[in-house]
Design a protein around this ligand. Structure first.
Ligand code: HEM
Length: 161
């Protein structure tokens, strides 16, 4: 069982690094950038920041995925994916997939297109508001998932089934 506890520790550390970063970007960085002028300069700064954060987030996403699947394997808990009481297991996979697509597919593609975008300079405060709304949605979904995973994995399941 020690292996399981070890995987759980690494899993939670990965989640903290990753979702903590998302929370900081959403509640601190983006509101500041939305007020910064000129907006095109703020976007350039955000692009640099995002590139660095994405590298770190890619690492923690992989880490959380490997430790997560390792725990499912150790628990032999695959049947949980057929039971709705374990909705938080589905939620963890969903959040993980969403972020993996963003970090491994969309972010590198966005970086390639960025040069032409910064030439256009048609960036406004509304651009940041839109980015912030997306981040807030992902953050709220992640927090609900974390709450469900902590409650569920410590035995607080919805009764029935
Ligand atoms: C491939 C994706 C993932 C898999 C396969 C996975 C799997 C697991 C498993 C098997 C457990 C232990 C459940 C138990 O003890 O009964 C767990 C715990 C947990 N996971 Fe995940 N997980 C994944 C992604 C995530 C993500 C994206 C988050 C955060 C948004 C997350 C947050 C947590 C938390 C907070 C716990 C509870 C830890 C505790 O209280 O001890 N996981 N996960």
């Amino acid at each position: 069982m020690d292996e399981f506890v070890f995987a759980r520790i690494l899993h939670v550390l990965g989640v903290i690094l990753w979702i903590g970063g998302v929370a900081m970007v959403t509640t601190v960085l983006l509101p500041i950038l939305a007020r910064m002028k000129p907006a095109a300069e703020a976007m350039d700064f955000f692009a640099q920041f995002r590139r660095r954060f994405a590298a770190q987030a890619r690492f923690s996403t992989l880490f959380v995925g490997v430790t997560g699947f390792y725990m499912v394997y150790l628990l032999d808990a695959w049947q949980r994916f057929t039971q709705w009481q374990y909705w938080w297991m589905h939620a963890m996979i969903l959040i993980w997939l969403l972020f993996s697509i963003m970090l491994f597919v969309m972010e590198p593609r966005g970086r390639r297109q960025q040069v032409s975008a910064s030439i256009q300079k048609n960036i406004s405060a509304e651009t940041f508001a839109r980015i912030q709304r997306k981040h807030l949605t992902l953050l709220l979904l992640s927090l609900i998932t974390i709450a469900g995973a902590v409650a569920g994995s410590h035995g607080w399941l919805i009764p029935g089934g």
